[in-house]
Design a protein around this ligand. Structure first.
Ligand code: ATP
Ligand code: MG
Length: 462
């Protein structure tokens, strides 16, 4: 079935051209002499209005062209007399593939709440909002690859099932093939994973970083872009249990290089969204008023602010507001603190560096002060942390001592220490939650609205 996409016709159609389009009916208006059927085919934000004259075979099909029905229209492209669109289709023939019973089809009217649509995640891609979000998600994913590939970073595929459980990045899901009704207890009553498929306790990955590091130690600059799982019980608007993470890792690089990469990367993506997703952004800007295209464009050209954790804490302590969680040097910044930094103090994205080592992962490079590590988080207005990264500890003795101090399984992690034992070098990287990025750029308030099938505590409906 040859069809033309509405996006194609709108950008390069010519008057009088014979066309075939397929799509889902958004609305139908009938009068005695003619009818309008408005179609969307998912190729773009815009719809195509089809004019159906009374007395034609196409007119006889109208009863079956309910809102939501899938149809094919053959006709002729012509310049529209109406306001708001340049082109319309004079329909000559209509074929109905699948009707949509108006009594039961849930997307009868416009203006459903996002909560309502979340319950029908399988139908929401047909709405303006989710069409916009998912087209933008695709474009951003493409630009993630484009950014790294152009700079000579190699895309590496790190494992989804892993046995290392010391990333410290979050609670993990267990992967098992054991019959849970017959699980045998090992010594001390704990589950005996030596009976399991892998003969040890396996998990879904919480980060590809550690494996990314060993790939970078041979390929130089790499990035991962894959599914990531966290079983933390956080029912927030910025956490998912299954999300996609992008983790570049650079050999021969310091924290400075890492921050420069993070900033270039985000700006590249903001600029790409403004350039390639304008109709989507215009729709979202108007509909929800949480983003401004001009702000995104400006951000893609403005230098990010930088502040050390120690200075950020001093600023927060001076702030004339009462935080729910009091600020003290050594605390992990809560989202209220992050938001105060981005929205009130710096009025834009800010990179916070040199966090206390106590609140950061074991692999981060210790600073000479003995108290902080060469870490950086990029905080963005509205959503807080969007990127977390660091220079990695490349000194074997310092890393091993830190692991022992934190009771991590040094023997099992021999492979990770090997990277410091043989050809160790300064290296750095970061992790960006892809959905946080899409959320930030699209302005969607809830991260569950930027992934087709959101997973969160108690939520796995599709
Ligand atoms: P947060 O403090 O926001 O929970 P984190 O410090 O646990 O995040 P990292 O381990 O640094 O996160 O992960 C790197 C990036 O992955 C984060 O900056 C964020 O963009 C993203 N991320 C982390 N956890 C989640 C989650 N549960 N859902 C979606 N994205 C996440
Ligand atoms: Mg983090």
């Amino acid at each position: 079935m040859r069809r033309q996409k509405i996006s194609q016709l709108l950008s390069s159609g010519t008057a009088g051209q014979a066309i075939t389009i397929c799509g889902w009916v958004r609305s139908r208006r009938e009068s005695k002499n003619f009818a309008f059927v408005v179609l969307n085919d998912g190729s773009c934000q815009d719809t195509m209005q089809c004019v159906v004259d009374a007395g034609t075979a196409a007119f006889d099909m109208l009863a079956k062209c309910q809102t939501g029905a899938a149809i094919r229209v053959e006709g002729v492209l012509k310049e529209s007399q109406g306001k708001g669109q340049k082109w319309e289709v004079q329909a000559l023939a209509i074929e109905v593939f699948g009707e949509a019973d108006p009594e039961t089809y849930p997307l009868q009217k416009k203006g459903h709440t996002l909560e309502f649509l979340r319950d029908i995640a399988h139908l929401r891609p047909r709405t303006n909002t989710f069409g916009a979000v998912f087209r933008m998600r695709s474009a951003l994913a493409w630009h993630v690859h484009d950014f790294f590939q152009r700079r000579g970073f190699r895309w590496v595929h790190t494992p989804i099932i892993t046995s290392s459980d010391c990333e410290g990045a979050g609670e993990m899901f267990t992967v098992t093939s054991m019959d849970l009704a017959k699980v045998k207890a090992g010594p001390g009553g704990a589950v005996d994973f030596s009976q399991d498929f892998f003969k040890k306790h396996a998990h879904l990955t919480v980060s590809g970083q550690l494996e990314g590091e060993f790939m970078a130690m041979g390929l130089g600059d790499i990035y991962t872009f894959g599914p990531t799982f966290r079983a933390e019980n956080s029912n927030t608007t910025r956490h998912l249990s299954e999300f996609w993470m992008i983790e570049p890792e650079m050999a021969f690089a310091t924290l400075q290089d890492d921050m420069a990469l993070a900033e270039d990367f985000l700006k590249h993506l903001f600029a790409a969204a403004v350039r390639d997703c304008r109709p989507e952004l215009e729709f979202l800007e108007k509909q929800y008023q949480t983003i401004k295209i001009d702000d995104l464009a400006r951000l893609s050209e403005t230098k990010f602010a930088h502040v050390t954790y120690t200075d950020a804490v001093a600023e927060l302590k001076k702030a004339p507001v009462k935080f729910e969680f009091p600020v003290e040097w050594g605390i992990d910044l809560q989202s209220e603190h992050e938001r105060y930094l981005t929205d009130v103090i710096f009025k834009g994205p800010v990179i916070v560096t040199d966090y206390p080592k106590k609140i950061k992962a074991f692999y981060m490079k210790q600073n000479p002060d003995g108290k902080t590590v060469a870490a950086m988080d990029v905080l963005a207005p509205r959503i807080g942390e969007i990127i977390g990264g660091s220079q990695r500890e490349d000194r074997l003795d310092v890393l091993e001592a830190r692991m022992r101090e934190m009771n991590l399984p040094v023997e099992e992690m021999g492979w990770y220490l090997d990277l410091r034992r043989y050809g160790s070098c300064p290296h750095a990287g970061f992790g960006l939650g892809f959905e946080r990025l899409v959320q930030y750029v699209s302005g969607m308030g809830n991260i569950r609205d930027v992934i087709p099938c959101p997973r969160a505590p108690g939520l796995i409906s599709h």
